[in-house]
Design a protein around this ligand. Structure first.
Ligand code: PA5
Length: 415
């Protein structure tokens, strides 16, 4: 980089950072909120052993972070740490979910966490009504089986909590749903199933510091946003495919899908001009989706940018036994492991995309744990904030989501 380029990037980075700060959002300050972490740890300690099942009633930003933390940090087939409850997230109103949940929980041993910033979302409120009625019918104390996470002042849940003495945790006013995973929204359910909140916050703090770095070379969120924006605006890449090579990060792509879609998909820019910005997020899982999507990605329209996520150490080394050394066609599997095979497949896929002139990058983390997940959350939140500034749109509102909520409520009122 020339001196001139260096000075220019420094100036832009400084400007965008100060613009982001002007938005007064809390997603990067919550990582220092150690008082909340303590509160949650205390609560988790008090209820330890009381519940077999934790049920989160929430949707969108009120559920995706929790699902990601649960699936990223717990046993894939449900093997539990002794004394730890199971965590279910009802992020839909498909009645089958309700019916089948009831097959596996006992109300006496279940804690329901109702999460809604607005306190009026139809999906979450209908579930709350349903399960509250069930608890009352079973003559169980609602106060002992229900906790709310909501806006610190406003909303119906806040009112009910005051009227009925239900324990409530706050979602800071300046943190929107999809940016709320590091508030009680993600922290409380995670703590109840044994996630180490201190490590999670530590990872997020480290990345927050990088997000505020004034040098382009250090500021990973700025670099990533610059690449995404350039590829979208100058090269017509209107889709981002996130493809972790790790089943435990599969739902991380779901979390990111909401973050990118809702934050950047906007009709108006900050000046009120109609712009219709947006990058369409797509989830894929390596190696599985090499066999379902790679054909399209290698040969279909040139409209995608790929983010691979690699994990250096997924588990201990699991070697693949060499059963038929004489069968030429499968002899390539000799002397390898599942770990190496997955890595090689990722590299081969990336190479094939590169050869087909499909832009791609790989984010590598050492392992999947609280600290790395904290870093990843903050990496993409910071990137999204930069993207909002690059496009000149408000990355923190969601009028399009509100519109369908409004129509649902109107239809129900008028039926
Ligand atoms: O990011 C957002 O703001 C939305 O996706 C919300 O999280 C989602 O609509 C749920 O809203 P609430 O938490 O108010 O129930």
């Amino acid at each position: 980089m020339t001196k001139k380029q260096f000075r220019a990037q420094k100036k832009y980075l400084k400007k965008y950072l100060s613009d982001i700060q002007l938005r007064a959002q809390g997603f990067y300050t919550v990582v220092d909120d150690i008082a909340t972490v303590r509160d949650i740890e205390k609560f988790a300690g008090e209820v330890k052993g009381k519940y077999d099942d934790i049920v989160v009633l929430g949707i969108g930003g009120s559920s995706l972070g929790t699902i990601c933390l649960r699936d990223g940090l717990s046993h894939m087939y449900g093997k539990k740490k002794k004394g730890t409850p199971r965590l279910h997230v009802l992020d839909n109103i498909d009645p089958t979910m309700i019916e089948e949940l009831e097959d596996v929980i006992t109300f006496k041993k279940t804690l329901f966490i109702v999460i809604s910033k607005s306190g009026t979302t139809p999906e979450s409120m209908s579930q709350y009504f349903y399960f509250r009625k069930k608890l009352e019918k079973a003559k169980l104390s609602v106060k002992k089986h229900v906790v709310f996470i909501t806006d610190p002042v406003r909303g119906v849940l806040r009112e009910i909590s005051l009227e009925d003495g239900i324990r409530v945790f706050d979602i800071p006013k300046n943190v929107g749903g999809r940016f709320s995973v590091l508030t009680p929204v993600g922290l409380l359910p995670a703590a109840l199933v044994g996630v180490d909140l201190r490590k999670l916050m530590k990872g997020a703090q480290d990345m927050r510091d990088i997000f505020f770095a004034r040098s382009f070379n250090k500021n990973l969120p700025f670099q990533l946003a610059a690449v995404q924006h350039f590829l979208n605006v100058k090269r017509g890449k209107s889709m981002n495919v996130m493809m972790p090579y790790a089943n435990k990060l599969h739902r991380f792509s779901d979390w990111y899908r909401q973050l990118l879609a809702e934050s950047i998909g906007k009709k108006k820019n900050r000046k009120g001009k109609t712009v219709h910005t947006g990058i369409t997020p797509v989830n894929a899982l390596g190696a599985t989706d090499q066999h379902s999507q790679s054909q399209l990605y290698n040969e279909g329209p040139h409209d995608k940018f790929f983010i691979f996520i690699a994990v250096e150490k997924l588990t201990k080394l699991i070697r693949i036994p060499n059963l038929n050394p004489k069968k030429e066609k499968i002899a390539y599997l000799k002397n390898t492991s599942f770990n190496e095979l997955l890595d090689i497949e990722r590299e081969a896929t990336a190479l094939s995309y590169t050869k087909s002139r499909r832009p791609n990058m790989t984010i590598t983390i050492a392992k999947i744990d609280e600290e790395y997940l904290g870093q990843l959350f903050m990496l993409f939140e910071g990137t999204t904030a930069f993207l909002g500034e690059f496009y000149g749109i408000d990355a923190f509102n969601q009028p399009g989501v509100e519109l369908s909520k409004k129509f649902t409520k109107e239809s129900l009122r008028n039926k």
